[in-house]
Write a protein of this length. Structure first.
Length: 126
């Protein structure tokens, strides 16, 4: 597909689904960032299981009516572009999926999950 929507590519094999056009020059993962645990007190009102998704390279989505702490978001945001890409097997970021909010009272830990792999056109994104 063109227009930056991407096409679904199965997570395990990297192969495109049946009947999909062979366009696009790159593959990216959609991500889900989930509050995995809170080891202190919840200062910002978040709970275990709260989440947001990052789809189609740059579309950040929250479930209807939910919020996500801007400070927690700021702490994980620099790593998301890398987590959207295939990384070398020895890269620490390929092995680690947990990130912490900077609030020392809260000690909120988020988990980044890859949910879907897409073939996309880089020209549609820049």
């Amino acid at each position: 597909m063109s227009g930056g929507t991407g096409e679904d590519i199965s997570e395990g094999t990297g192969e495109r689904g049946a009947g999909m056009a062979d366009d696009g020059d790159m593959e990216l993962y959609d991500l889900r960032v989930v509050v995995d645990r809170i080891e202190g007190r919840s200062v910002c009102g978040m709970e275990v299981g709260d989440c947001f998704t990052l789809e189609r390279s740059a579309h950040l989505r929250l479930p209807d009516g939910e919020h996500f702490c801007v400070y927690a978001l700021a702490s994980v945001l620099p790593f998301l572009a890398a987590k959207q890409r295939d990384l070398a097997q020895g890269d620490w970021l390929a092995q680690d999926s947990h990130f912490s909010c900077p609030d020392p009272e809260e000690r909120l830990v988020m988990r980044v999950e890859r949910t879907r792999r897409r073939r996309m056109n880089s020209a549609d994104l820049t």
